[in-house]
Design a protein around this ligand. Structure first.
Ligand code: NI
Length: 304
């Protein structure tokens, strides 16, 4: 057994990231966790996302949740992103309730976190769409806690298909960020490739510079992104109106409950308990808190 495997097993048995991992995330703006989604859960997720990928790529969907780019070889519309995957697949609902991930989100962000974005980003074979260097949306709404995405890898990511990250750039000035964004070269001296295997997870701060070149290889690379924000920051700064917070808390609670009865989840798994402090705990105290939907479109909840 090599060193990497030993490390994987330590991570997968733990109930939350270590203090050392938390410190790495805070210093670097990202953290890679190996072998988090495993076995039947990974197989089910991949199968569900195979169906979604096929439904969005065999024909061009005239639906706002399916986003396309222009293929660099043929100029055809190439699927690059699907929004609101939690609404689209029960496997994604169970995934949101993953206890190791939620305990780790709580450790880094505090107990009043809410789920915000849920998307799948794709690098299709041969004409995978480039994602230029960027910080994620809503950086003007960052408060006193880190805001970050949890990136669940369904496929391997190698140097042909991976995301590049610039460690520490979440602390950079606007001018330093602009200097990188204006040039399109991914092989920055300071950039590192996020080399991943199916089931690996990356946390990335929305302020850390990241991006990925177009994919000319025959490999498919898909990642599910769940973003989390602290309720007190969302209430103070947005980008959504405050009414968005309890709606998304209901989605989270429902997904935690669903995971408990999902047949491919081990019965030995210790479920996550969501206990946000007051005044964010009203939804938790309600007896019936089923969400009306799992799809709350961002555009309907922006602040004026
Ligand atoms: Ni991004």
């Amino acid at each position: 057994m090599n060193g990497a495997n030993t490390h994987d097993e330590i991570v997968s048995c733990a109930s939350v990231i270590t203090d050392e991992q938390a410190k790495f995330f805070l210093n670097n703006g990202f953290l890679i966790l190996r072998n988090i989604i495993r076995g039947e859960e990974l197989r089910r997720l991949r199968a569900a996302m195979d169906d979604l990928t096929a439904s969005g790529s065999e024909t061009v969907r005239e639906h706002p949740d399916f986003a396309y780019g222009s293929g660099h070889r043929t100029g055809r519309s190439v699927l690059r992103r699907i929004e609101y995957v939690i609404d689209k697949a029960d496997e994604c609902k169970a995934l949101l309730g993953h206890p190791f991930i939620l305990r780790s989100v709580e450790k880094l962000m505090g107990p009043d976190y809410i789920p915000t974005w849920d998307s799948m980003v794709l690098k299709l074979p041969r004409e995978g769409i480039e994602v230029p260097w960027h910080r994620d949306a809503g950086t003007e709404c960052v408060g006193d806690t880190p805001i970050f995405n949890v990136d669940y890898y369904l496929d391997a990511a190698d140097e042909d298909t991976c995301v590049w990250v610039i460690p520490g750039s979440h602390r950079w000035s606007r001018a330093e960020v602009d200097a990188i964004v204006q040039q399109r070269d991914f092989h920055q001296e300071t950039a590192v490739p996020a080399l991943m295997r199916p089931g690996d997870v990356m946390f990335h701060n929305i302020l850390v510079l990241h991006g990925s070149p177009r994919n000319g290889s025959d490999k498919l690379r898909r990642v599910i992104y769940y973003e989390f924000r602290a309720a007190h920051v969302e209430a103070a700064l947005g980008p959504h109106i405050p009414e968005y917070i309890p709606l998304k808390q209901r989605v989270l609670l429902d997904c935690i409950e669903r995971r408990k009865t999902t047949e491919y989840i081990a019965r030995t798994e210790e479920p996550y308990e969501y206990q946000p402090p007051a005044p964010w705990n009203t939804v938790v105290r309600e007896a019936a808190s089923k969400p009306k939907t799992h799809r709350y479109p961002h555009g309907a909840y922006w602040r004026r």
